[in-house]
Design a protein. Structure first.
Length: 119
């Protein structure tokens, strides 16, 4: 999924140039694309415990069954993080995920996602 943002580096000299500026827009990847691309790093820096899973359930990012499956498994934290990331399939879910990361004091993860892995 891509987010379309206007491309403002147009030189407008005529009505045709205005139309071209509207047609040529900068297409940048959305949060879901960034999360998918950065997954191998994110699994190691996301803290899935201490409120994250509870809040994802509360915001309906996870179903009760998904929540129970992730919580019941005696896996390493990175495996639980990976299970959460695997369940993110829409921009809406990703927006909620980012909000939950902020609420659980994981702003560094939000920065990593929104700044395209620091690139």
């Amino acid at each position: 999924m891509y987010k379309i943002t206007p491309y403002y580096k147009c030189v407008i000299q005529s009505a045709i140039d205005v139309m071209l500026c509207v047609i040529f827009e900068d297409i940048s990847p959305g949060i879901l694309a960034n999360i998918t691309r950065l997954k191998s790093v994110l699994v190691n820096i996301i803290e899935p415990d201490f409120g994250l899973l509870d809040q994802l359930l509360g915001r309906e990012v996870l179903t009760r069954r998904q929540y129970d499956d992730i919580r019941s498994e005696r896996r390493a934290a990175y495996r639980r993080s990976e299970a959460v990331l695997d369940l993110l399939v829409s921009e809406d879910q990703c927006d909620k995920f980012v909000k939950v990361l902020r609420r659980t004091s994981q702003q560094h993860v939000v920065n990593f996602i929104t700044q395209n892995g620091g690139q």
